[in-house]
Design a protein around this ligand. Structure first.
Ligand code: NAG
Ligand code: NAG
Ligand code: NAG
Ligand code: NAG
Ligand code: NAG
Length: 329
């Protein structure tokens, strides 16, 4: 069967909101509410909120029907969700009904039933599985590090018919770098080449479902979890990575050693070049060696006048020492 054209849907949608004929309020059972369709990969479920409780204590059951469009709308058919007590119908796993194929427009409806009383049918907005689905990330992702590259293998998120294909994209980045994207790829393996050797890259993959001849179809998609991997490289790359920091370290070590050796070897000359710091005047030195010797005598031995001697004392002494000296004087 060929994929149905879309245009008649708009005509149909206009008819969906038509009000149900008024019924006797006693025989009328409240209809299910808030129908929700879950389409994720090949999961297809419809859920709803139960009818509000009433005086009637008999169990409430639900009936689900579908119809699809192939040029015109077919009749409503029952699915394996007839007289169920749960508020959820799973279309994925039936043995007779194997879920909705990708491109048919489908209408689903639900009603509640209690004894002989039934509610109105509640109809969900039409959908096309391949257009309304949210596509998960590729499955079984494995990453093999290569020389300055990463090789990624994966499986499609779910099997699709020939009406649709997957395109894959890889988002990747270095620990501190900006994110880049490669793709789209049609194959189930991708080689990220031209990466730096011995560097850690993190990546996420995504699968996009593209439906043939349908530009208006925009299925949702989600990214895989982030994983990080280190690339490998040639032995020479490895040497570079190891040798550059090691070489720098060794060079510094040799330089330091040489300086130290030269210093020891030419210590005296170095001392000569860097003049010794100013010494304490001889007289004071002697006084400090032998405090019994009167300093004035020592000073008088030299020809320097008293006032000058005072000056010379105050220049070389710290305030504390100066006091000492003055005290002794
Ligand atoms: C429930 O039963 C009470 C008394 O039996 C009655 O007054 C009320 O109208 C009933 N409610 C409904 C929704 O039938
Ligand atoms: C219908 O669903 C029930 C359980 O939900 C399962 O046991 C049964 O095999 C299904 N029948 C068909 C015809 O799919
Ligand atoms: C499916 O997608 C179409 C187009 O985006 C939208 O109008 C429609 O409401 C969706 N159907 C459901 C059941 O969400
Ligand atoms: C993923 O791998 C597991 C085992 O490793 C395998 O059983 C499964 O079929 C694979 N899935 C796909 C979609 O290839
Ligand atoms: C991603 O990670 C979360 C939590 O770490 C985990 O629950 C989930 O299954 C992972 N998804 C995939 C696709 O591996």
């Amino acid at each position: 069967m060929r994929p149905p054209p879309l245009w008649p849907l708009w005509l149909l949608l206009g008819g969906l909101g038509a009000a149900a004929p008024p019924l006797d309020s006693f025989s009328q059972l409240a209809a299910p509410q808030r129908l929700e369709l879950h389409l994720y990969n090949d999961e297809q479920t419809l859920s709803w909120e139960p009818s509000p409780p009433s005086n009637d204590t008999r169990p409430v059951v639900y009936q689900v029907e579908y119809k699809y469009f192939d040029g015109s709308w077919n009749k409503f058919n029952r699915v394996n969700c007839t007289d169920i007590t749960v508020t959820k119908c799973d279309f994925t796993g039936g043995s007779r009904f194997k879920g909705f194929s990708g491109l048919y427009s489908v209408l689903l409806r639900v009603r509640a039933k209690q004894g002989e009383r039934t509610s109105d049918w509640v109809t969900l907005t039409w959908f096309q599985r391949y257009c309304n689905v949210t596509v998960g990330p590729p499955k079984n992702i494995s990453v093999t590090p290569g020389k300055g590259s990463l090789i990624i293998h994966f499986s499609p998120p779910f099997p699709v018919t020939r009406d649709a294909t997957f395109e894959y994209r890889v988002h990747y980045w270095e620990k501190t770098g900006t994110q880049q994207v490669r793709g789209p790829f049609k194959e189930n393996s991708v080689v990220l080449s031209n990466l730096k050797p011995f560097s850690v890259y993190c990546l996420q993959t995504e699968a996009q479902l593209t439906v043939r001849d349908k530009n208006i179809c925009r299925p949702g998609l989600s990214l895989s979890n982030v994983t990080c991997h280190e690339t490998t490289g040639d032995a020479s790359n490895r040497l570079q990575v190891i040798l550059i920091p090691m070489g720098t370290f060794l060079l510094l070590l040799v330089l330091t050693g040489t300086c130290f050796f030269l210093f020891l070897r030419y210590q005296s000359r170095v001392k000569y070049w860097f003049q010794a710091p100013p010494n304490i005047p001889e007289q004071i030195k002697e006084y400090l060696k032998d405090p019994d010797q009167p300093i004035l005598d020592a000073l008088d031995k030299d020809t320097s006048p008293k006032d000058d001697a005072w000056d010379s004392v105050s220049i070389v002494s710290s305030p504390g020492k100066e006091q000492n000296v003055l005290h002794i004087l």
